[in-house]
Design a protein around this ligand. Structure first.
Ligand SMILES: Cc1ncc(COP(=O)(O)O)c(C=O)c1O
Length: 363
Protein backbone atom coordinates (compact mmCIF):
# COMPACT_ATOMS: atom_id res chain seq x y z
CA UNK A 1 0.00 0.00 0.00
CA UNK A 2 1.38 3.41 -0.88
CA UNK A 3 1.71 5.95 1.92
CA UNK A 4 2.45 9.65 1.78
CA UNK A 5 5.21 11.27 3.81
CA UNK A 6 4.16 11.48 7.48
CA UNK A 7 3.38 15.22 7.46
CA UNK A 8 1.01 14.87 4.47
CA UNK A 9 -1.53 12.99 6.64
CA UNK A 10 -2.49 16.33 8.23
CA UNK A 11 -2.47 18.28 4.92
CA UNK A 12 -5.75 19.48 3.43
CA UNK A 13 -6.28 20.37 -0.24
CA UNK A 14 -6.87 24.02 -1.14
CA UNK A 15 -10.60 24.73 -1.47
CA UNK A 16 -11.07 27.42 -4.09
CA UNK A 17 -14.25 29.40 -4.81
CA UNK A 18 -16.70 27.30 -6.82
CA UNK A 19 -16.04 27.69 -10.56
CA UNK A 20 -18.90 29.02 -12.72
CA UNK A 21 -18.77 25.85 -14.86
CA UNK A 22 -19.24 23.64 -11.77
CA UNK A 23 -22.35 25.53 -10.61
CA UNK A 24 -23.73 25.43 -14.17
CA UNK A 25 -23.26 21.63 -14.23
CA UNK A 26 -24.86 21.17 -10.82
CA UNK A 27 -27.89 23.44 -11.27
CA UNK A 28 -28.47 23.57 -15.03
CA UNK A 29 -28.29 27.40 -14.83
CA UNK A 30 -26.71 28.84 -18.00
CA UNK A 31 -23.15 30.08 -17.54
CA UNK A 32 -24.14 33.57 -18.73
CA UNK A 33 -26.69 33.82 -15.92
CA UNK A 34 -24.26 32.99 -13.15
CA UNK A 35 -22.61 35.75 -11.10
CA UNK A 36 -19.34 34.84 -9.41
CA UNK A 37 -18.31 37.05 -6.50
CA UNK A 38 -16.15 34.43 -4.83
CA UNK A 39 -12.48 34.64 -5.80
CA UNK A 40 -11.56 38.33 -5.67
CA UNK A 41 -11.11 38.47 -9.44
CA UNK A 42 -11.32 41.68 -11.46
CA UNK A 43 -14.89 42.01 -12.78
CA UNK A 44 -13.60 44.09 -15.73
CA UNK A 45 -11.56 41.16 -17.01
CA UNK A 46 -8.05 42.05 -18.15
CA UNK A 47 -6.67 45.03 -20.03
CA UNK A 48 -7.08 44.96 -23.82
CA UNK A 49 -3.36 45.63 -24.16
CA UNK A 50 -2.58 42.55 -22.06
CA UNK A 51 -5.10 40.50 -24.04
CA UNK A 52 -3.45 41.52 -27.34
CA UNK A 53 -0.03 40.61 -25.97
CA UNK A 54 -1.43 37.25 -24.91
CA UNK A 55 -2.66 36.66 -28.47
CA UNK A 56 0.76 37.66 -29.86
CA UNK A 57 2.36 35.10 -27.56
CA UNK A 58 0.48 32.32 -29.35
CA UNK A 59 3.08 32.48 -32.17
CA UNK A 60 5.81 31.56 -29.68
CA UNK A 61 4.15 28.66 -27.88
CA UNK A 62 6.02 25.80 -29.57
CA UNK A 63 9.12 26.94 -27.66
CA UNK A 64 9.69 26.73 -23.94
CA UNK A 65 9.21 30.02 -22.09
CA UNK A 66 12.18 32.21 -21.20
CA UNK A 67 13.12 30.34 -17.98
CA UNK A 68 14.28 33.52 -16.25
CA UNK A 69 11.57 35.86 -17.52
CA UNK A 70 14.21 38.38 -18.60
CA UNK A 71 11.88 40.83 -20.36
CA UNK A 72 9.26 40.82 -17.63
CA UNK A 73 11.88 41.29 -14.93
CA UNK A 74 13.28 44.16 -17.00
CA UNK A 75 9.81 45.72 -17.15
CA UNK A 76 9.38 45.30 -13.39
CA UNK A 77 12.84 46.77 -12.87
CA UNK A 78 11.90 49.82 -14.90
CA UNK A 79 8.56 50.24 -13.19
CA UNK A 80 9.80 49.73 -9.61
CA UNK A 81 13.31 51.22 -9.93
CA UNK A 82 15.22 48.21 -8.62
CA UNK A 83 17.75 46.11 -10.57
CA UNK A 84 16.43 42.99 -12.27
CA UNK A 85 18.18 40.69 -9.82
CA UNK A 86 15.68 41.84 -7.16
CA UNK A 87 12.79 39.99 -8.85
CA UNK A 88 11.62 36.38 -9.05
CA UNK A 89 8.58 35.25 -11.04
CA UNK A 90 6.01 32.70 -9.95
CA UNK A 91 3.02 30.84 -11.29
CA UNK A 92 0.76 33.22 -9.39
CA UNK A 93 2.04 34.80 -6.19
CA UNK A 94 0.93 31.51 -4.65
CA UNK A 95 4.07 29.93 -6.02
CA UNK A 96 6.16 32.74 -4.52
CA UNK A 97 4.62 31.97 -1.11
CA UNK A 98 5.31 28.27 -1.63
CA UNK A 99 8.88 28.79 -2.81
CA UNK A 100 9.58 30.88 0.28
CA UNK A 101 8.52 27.92 2.43
CA UNK A 102 10.57 25.41 0.38
CA UNK A 103 13.63 27.65 0.57
CA UNK A 104 13.61 28.65 4.22
CA UNK A 105 11.77 25.90 6.12
CA UNK A 106 12.41 22.25 6.94
CA UNK A 107 10.84 19.83 9.40
CA UNK A 108 12.99 21.16 12.27
CA UNK A 109 11.98 24.77 11.81
CA UNK A 110 8.81 26.79 12.36
CA UNK A 111 6.69 29.33 10.51
CA UNK A 112 4.70 32.18 12.11
CA UNK A 113 1.44 33.49 10.69
CA UNK A 114 -1.75 34.99 12.07
CA UNK A 115 -5.10 33.39 12.83
CA UNK A 116 -7.42 34.27 9.90
CA UNK A 117 -4.43 34.90 7.61
CA UNK A 118 -4.54 33.69 4.01
CA UNK A 119 -4.80 29.88 4.16
CA UNK A 120 -1.94 29.24 1.76
CA UNK A 121 0.54 30.15 4.55
CA UNK A 122 -0.67 27.16 6.57
CA UNK A 123 -0.60 24.94 3.51
CA UNK A 124 2.90 25.96 2.44
CA UNK A 125 4.13 25.23 5.98
CA UNK A 126 2.30 21.91 6.10
CA UNK A 127 3.76 20.76 2.81
CA UNK A 128 7.26 21.07 4.22
CA UNK A 129 6.34 19.42 7.51
CA UNK A 130 7.53 22.48 9.45
CA UNK A 131 5.97 23.59 12.75
CA UNK A 132 3.07 26.06 12.67
CA UNK A 133 3.00 29.00 15.07
CA UNK A 134 -0.47 30.48 14.63
CA UNK A 135 -0.70 33.78 16.48
CA UNK A 136 -4.22 34.70 17.72
CA UNK A 137 -5.66 37.62 15.75
CA UNK A 138 -6.32 41.02 17.27
CA UNK A 139 -9.93 41.54 16.24
CA UNK A 140 -9.67 40.15 12.73
CA UNK A 141 -6.20 41.58 12.07
CA UNK A 142 -2.58 40.56 12.73
CA UNK A 143 -1.18 41.04 16.25
CA UNK A 144 2.29 42.16 15.16
CA UNK A 145 3.74 42.39 18.68
CA UNK A 146 2.73 38.83 19.50
CA UNK A 147 4.05 37.66 16.15
CA UNK A 148 7.45 39.09 17.03
CA UNK A 149 7.28 37.60 20.52
CA UNK A 150 6.70 34.19 18.88
CA UNK A 151 9.94 34.31 16.91
CA UNK A 152 12.15 31.87 18.80
CA UNK A 153 15.28 30.26 17.36
CA UNK A 154 13.26 27.65 15.41
CA UNK A 155 11.26 30.24 13.47
CA UNK A 156 12.71 30.84 10.00
CA UNK A 157 9.73 32.25 8.10
CA UNK A 158 6.86 34.61 8.90
CA UNK A 159 3.97 35.63 6.65
CA UNK A 160 2.17 38.99 6.87
CA UNK A 161 -0.72 39.80 4.52
CA UNK A 162 -1.41 43.46 3.87
CA UNK A 163 -4.31 43.72 3.20
CA UNK A 164 -5.25 40.26 4.45
CA UNK A 165 -7.59 37.81 2.77
CA UNK A 166 -10.27 36.91 3.87
CA UNK A 167 -10.61 39.66 6.50
CA UNK A 168 -9.61 42.73 4.43
CA UNK A 169 -7.61 44.12 7.38
CA UNK A 170 -4.81 46.60 6.74
CA UNK A 171 -1.56 47.52 8.49
CA UNK A 172 -0.25 51.08 8.18
CA UNK A 173 3.21 51.65 6.61
CA UNK A 174 4.44 53.02 9.92
CA UNK A 175 3.45 49.83 11.74
CA UNK A 176 4.96 47.62 9.00
CA UNK A 177 8.26 49.49 9.17
CA UNK A 178 8.47 49.27 12.97
CA UNK A 179 7.65 45.58 12.71
CA UNK A 180 10.38 44.95 10.14
CA UNK A 181 12.88 46.73 12.36
CA UNK A 182 12.04 44.48 15.31
CA UNK A 183 11.71 41.05 13.67
CA UNK A 184 14.82 38.95 14.49
CA UNK A 185 17.23 38.96 11.56
CA UNK A 186 17.25 35.15 11.18
CA UNK A 187 13.53 35.23 10.23
CA UNK A 188 12.53 35.81 6.61
CA UNK A 189 9.41 37.99 6.44
CA UNK A 190 7.06 37.50 3.49
CA UNK A 191 4.97 40.64 3.05
CA UNK A 192 2.07 39.52 0.87
CA UNK A 193 0.75 42.51 -1.08
CA UNK A 194 -1.69 40.71 -3.40
CA UNK A 195 -4.26 43.53 -2.98
CA UNK A 196 -1.81 46.44 -2.88
CA UNK A 197 -3.17 48.09 -6.04
CA UNK A 198 -6.61 48.41 -4.44
CA UNK A 199 -5.32 50.65 -1.65
CA UNK A 200 -5.88 54.38 -2.09
CA UNK A 201 -2.60 56.17 -2.82
CA UNK A 202 -2.43 57.73 0.64
CA UNK A 203 -2.54 54.27 2.27
CA UNK A 204 0.11 52.71 0.04
CA UNK A 205 3.81 52.66 0.72
CA UNK A 206 6.61 52.04 -1.74
CA UNK A 207 7.71 48.67 -0.36
CA UNK A 208 10.87 48.73 -2.48
CA UNK A 209 12.26 51.15 0.13
CA UNK A 210 11.89 48.36 2.71
CA UNK A 211 13.40 45.82 0.31
CA UNK A 212 16.53 47.98 0.07
CA UNK A 213 16.70 48.29 3.83
CA UNK A 214 15.86 44.78 5.09
CA UNK A 215 17.82 41.77 3.73
CA UNK A 216 15.30 39.37 5.32
CA UNK A 217 12.24 40.81 3.51
CA UNK A 218 10.42 39.25 0.55
CA UNK A 219 7.47 41.21 -0.90
CA UNK A 220 5.01 39.20 -3.00
CA UNK A 221 2.69 40.73 -5.59
CA UNK A 222 0.33 39.35 -8.21
CA UNK A 223 -1.20 40.02 -11.60
CA UNK A 224 -4.28 38.01 -10.54
CA UNK A 225 -6.25 40.73 -8.77
CA UNK A 226 -6.28 44.37 -9.97
CA UNK A 227 -4.55 43.37 -13.24
CA UNK A 228 -7.34 40.85 -13.92
CA UNK A 229 -5.11 37.97 -15.00
CA UNK A 230 -5.93 35.25 -12.44
CA UNK A 231 -6.29 32.54 -15.10
CA UNK A 232 -2.80 33.17 -16.48
CA UNK A 233 -1.09 32.46 -13.15
CA UNK A 234 1.58 35.06 -12.75
CA UNK A 235 3.00 36.83 -9.72
CA UNK A 236 6.39 38.03 -8.53
CA UNK A 237 8.60 38.41 -5.51
CA UNK A 238 10.83 41.38 -4.69
CA UNK A 239 13.84 41.05 -2.38
CA UNK A 240 17.56 41.67 -2.20
CA UNK A 241 19.52 39.55 -4.71
CA UNK A 242 20.97 37.19 -2.06
CA UNK A 243 17.47 36.14 -0.96
CA UNK A 244 16.28 35.84 -4.57
CA UNK A 245 19.29 33.64 -5.36
CA UNK A 246 18.36 31.18 -2.61
CA UNK A 247 14.79 31.01 -3.90
CA UNK A 248 15.91 30.44 -7.48
CA UNK A 249 17.37 27.13 -6.30
CA UNK A 250 13.86 25.76 -5.66
CA UNK A 251 12.02 27.50 -8.51
CA UNK A 252 10.58 24.83 -10.85
CA UNK A 253 11.88 24.80 -14.42
CA UNK A 254 9.84 26.99 -16.81
CA UNK A 255 7.40 27.89 -14.02
CA UNK A 256 5.87 30.88 -15.83
CA UNK A 257 4.33 30.48 -19.28
CA UNK A 258 5.27 32.59 -22.30
CA UNK A 259 1.70 33.89 -22.55
CA UNK A 260 1.75 35.04 -18.93
CA UNK A 261 5.11 36.77 -19.39
CA UNK A 262 3.97 38.64 -22.53
CA UNK A 263 0.63 39.67 -21.03
CA UNK A 264 2.18 40.84 -17.76
CA UNK A 265 4.62 43.14 -19.57
CA UNK A 266 1.71 44.75 -21.44
CA UNK A 267 -0.36 44.95 -18.25
CA UNK A 268 2.40 46.85 -16.46
CA UNK A 269 2.22 49.45 -19.23
CA UNK A 270 -1.54 50.00 -18.96
CA UNK A 271 -1.99 52.39 -16.03
CA UNK A 272 -5.40 53.51 -17.36
CA UNK A 273 -6.79 50.01 -16.92
CA UNK A 274 -5.40 49.82 -13.39
CA UNK A 275 -6.94 53.21 -12.53
CA UNK A 276 -10.30 52.10 -13.89
CA UNK A 277 -10.13 48.85 -11.92
CA UNK A 278 -9.44 50.84 -8.77
CA UNK A 279 -12.42 53.16 -9.40
CA UNK A 280 -14.83 50.33 -10.24
CA UNK A 281 -13.79 48.60 -7.03
CA UNK A 282 -14.28 51.71 -4.90
CA UNK A 283 -17.73 52.35 -6.33
CA UNK A 284 -18.70 48.67 -6.03
CA UNK A 285 -17.48 48.53 -2.44
CA UNK A 286 -19.63 51.56 -1.54
CA UNK A 287 -22.61 49.99 -3.30
CA UNK A 288 -22.22 46.72 -1.37
CA UNK A 289 -21.70 48.47 1.98
CA UNK A 290 -24.74 50.73 1.52
CA UNK A 291 -26.86 47.83 0.29
CA UNK A 292 -25.85 45.56 3.18
CA UNK A 293 -26.58 48.37 5.65
CA UNK A 294 -30.04 48.71 4.15
CA UNK A 295 -30.57 44.97 4.68
CA UNK A 296 -29.18 45.24 8.22
CA UNK A 297 -26.39 42.79 7.37
CA UNK A 298 -23.22 43.51 9.36
CA UNK A 299 -19.94 43.69 7.45
CA UNK A 300 -16.30 44.33 8.29
CA UNK A 301 -14.44 47.27 6.75
CA UNK A 302 -12.13 46.00 4.03
CA UNK A 303 -9.18 47.52 2.19
CA UNK A 304 -9.24 45.10 -0.72
CA UNK A 305 -11.74 44.03 -3.41
CA UNK A 306 -13.96 41.94 -1.15
CA UNK A 307 -15.66 42.16 2.21
CA UNK A 308 -16.70 39.80 4.96
CA UNK A 309 -20.40 39.89 5.77
CA UNK A 310 -22.02 38.35 8.84
CA UNK A 311 -24.96 35.95 8.54
CA UNK A 312 -26.38 33.93 11.40
CA UNK A 313 -26.76 31.00 9.06
CA UNK A 314 -24.02 31.59 6.55
CA UNK A 315 -23.98 28.12 5.00
CA UNK A 316 -27.73 28.24 4.34
CA UNK A 317 -27.50 31.71 2.80
CA UNK A 318 -24.64 30.45 0.64
CA UNK A 319 -26.68 27.45 -0.54
CA UNK A 320 -29.70 29.66 -1.33
CA UNK A 321 -27.53 32.04 -3.34
CA UNK A 322 -26.08 29.17 -5.34
CA UNK A 323 -29.52 27.84 -6.17
CA UNK A 324 -30.20 31.07 -8.03
CA UNK A 325 -26.80 31.28 -9.69
CA UNK A 326 -24.78 33.48 -7.35
CA UNK A 327 -21.43 32.27 -6.03
CA UNK A 328 -19.85 33.85 -2.94
CA UNK A 329 -17.20 32.34 -0.69
CA UNK A 330 -17.83 30.47 2.56
CA UNK A 331 -14.96 30.98 5.00
CA UNK A 332 -15.74 28.30 7.58
CA UNK A 333 -12.31 26.82 6.78
CA UNK A 334 -10.87 29.88 8.54
CA UNK A 335 -13.06 29.30 11.58
CA UNK A 336 -15.37 32.09 10.39
CA UNK A 337 -18.51 29.99 10.33
CA UNK A 338 -20.94 32.94 10.44
CA UNK A 339 -19.42 34.90 7.57
CA UNK A 340 -19.40 34.88 3.81
CA UNK A 341 -16.74 36.64 1.78
CA UNK A 342 -18.19 38.68 -1.07
CA UNK A 343 -15.96 39.93 -3.91
CA UNK A 344 -16.81 43.32 -5.38
CA UNK A 345 -18.33 42.90 -8.84
CA UNK A 346 -19.72 45.14 -11.53
CA UNK A 347 -22.62 47.39 -10.55
CA UNK A 348 -25.25 45.04 -11.98
CA UNK A 349 -23.62 41.99 -10.32
CA UNK A 350 -23.57 43.69 -6.92
CA UNK A 351 -27.18 44.74 -7.42
CA UNK A 352 -28.18 41.18 -8.26
CA UNK A 353 -26.49 39.89 -5.09
CA UNK A 354 -28.18 42.53 -2.92
CA UNK A 355 -31.58 41.80 -4.49
CA UNK A 356 -31.11 38.08 -3.88
CA UNK A 357 -30.11 38.65 -0.25
CA UNK A 358 -33.17 40.81 0.28
CA UNK A 359 -35.35 37.91 -0.82
CA UNK A 360 -33.45 35.18 1.01
CA UNK A 361 -33.36 37.13 4.28
CA UNK A 362 -36.94 38.35 3.84
CA UNK A 363 -36.02 41.97 4.56
C1 LIG B 1 -3.59 37.40 0.27
C2 LIG B 1 -3.38 36.60 -0.97
N1 LIG B 1 -2.14 36.32 -1.34
C3 LIG B 1 -1.86 35.62 -2.44
C4 LIG B 1 -2.88 35.15 -3.25
C5 LIG B 1 -2.50 34.31 -4.41
O1 LIG B 1 -2.98 34.72 -5.61
P1 LIG B 1 -2.30 34.34 -6.96
O2 LIG B 1 -1.59 33.02 -6.77
O3 LIG B 1 -3.39 34.23 -7.93
O4 LIG B 1 -1.31 35.41 -7.26
C6 LIG B 1 -4.21 35.41 -2.92
C7 LIG B 1 -5.31 34.90 -3.73
O5 LIG B 1 -6.45 34.86 -3.39
C8 LIG B 1 -4.46 36.16 -1.75
O6 LIG B 1 -5.71 36.45 -1.37
Amino acid sequence: MIKPAQHIYQAVPYHAGKPISALARETGIAVKNIVKLASNENPLGMSTKAMNAYIDASAALSRYPDPDGYDLRAALSESLHLDQDHFILGSGSNEILDMAASTFLNSNSACVYSQYAFIVYAQATQRIGAKHVVVPALGLGHDLDSMIASCDADVRLLYVANPNNPTGTYISPNAVEKFLERVPKHVVVVLDEAYNEYLPIEMRFDSTVWVRKFPNLLVSRTFSKAYGMAGLRIGYGIAQPALINWMNRVRPAFNVTTAAQYAAIAALGDQDFLDKSFEVNRAGMRQLQTGLDRLQVKWHPSHANFLLAYFENASQVNASLQQIGIIVRPVAGYGLTSHLRISVGLEKENARLLGALEEILGR
